[in-house]
Design a protein around this ligand. Structure first.
Ligand code: MN
Length: 238
């Protein structure tokens, strides 16, 4: 049995909370964004106007089509990189929410030949891979921002069927089947990057989760995702 769609007003509240939670967890700062697919119109998504996540309120939320055009005659400035969201939603019907961030601990893994791999059960989802999007391959010299549908599409192609894509010289994106899951994955991608770097610094061999362990841990954690979400909401978005 499929759960009934979440009411739009509830989802907007959750999206505002997600922005404040990601800021509280230092996944985003003055930059970075999180979106959610429209609950009743799958070819639309909700994303704030261009504003720092910690300051976002209900009225800041705009609606975009999958070409990332603002709907309803809304002329406010959207994020330059909103194409990340539209192009991922267009290619991934299973994705309901997208986080994009420049989290400092993650950036080294987007620049290094050392792959980001799951070091503990909380980030088992990384067993599905964390490919690196290399902007230069198709677009040459740029300011690294995903400024067009074509660039967003190339990023979404690199993400493929995975949960996380790293962006060389820039940051990363995490996706999920709910706002809670996308926020969870963004936070634990950041945690994993910190812990993996510490494990590498110890100097010995590092044992990562196997694909089977990662997949089983991801299933378990998805089932209890409401617990950290409730805590984060109470702490950062009361
Ligand atoms: Mn960015």
């Amino acid at each position: 049995m499929t759960a009934p769609p979440v009411p739009l007003a509830t989802l907007i509240d959750d999206l505002v909370a997600a922005n404040r939670i990601l800021a509280g967890l230092a996944v985003v700062d003055g930059f970075g964004h999180v979106s959610v697919r429209h609950p009743h119109q799958p070819d639309r998504y909700l994303l704030s106007r261009s504003r720092a996540p910690e300051q976002i309120e209900r009225d800041d939320i705009m609606t975009f089509d999958l070409a990332s055009n603002a709907q309803g005659g809304d002329t406010r400035n959207g994020y330059l990189e909103r194409f990340i969201h539209g192009e991922i939603y267009a290619r991934r019907p299973d994705v309901t929410a997208v986080v994009h961030a420049h989290s400092a601990p993650v950036v080294p893994f987007a620049a290094s030949s050392v792959p980001l791999r799951p070091i503990f059960h909380m980030s088992g989802f990384l067993a599905a891979g964390a490919p690196i999007f290399e902007m230069r391959e198709r677009f040459g010299m740029t300011d690294l921002l995903v400024r067009s549908r074509e660039q967003g599409a190339a990023l979404a192609d690199t993400l493929g069927t995975g949960h996380v894509v790293l962006m060389r010289g820039h940051g990363f994106c995490a996706v999920g089947g709910s706002i809670e899951q996308a926020v969870y994955r963004a936070y634990y991608t950041q945690q994993n990057a910190e812990l993996q770097q510490r494990a590498i610094a110890l100097g010995g061999d590092v044992a990562y989760l196997s694909p089977e362990e990662g997949s089983m841990a991801d299933t378990t954690n998805t089932g209890v995702i409401g617990r950290p979400w409730a805590l984060w909401k109470a702490r950062f978005a009361p």
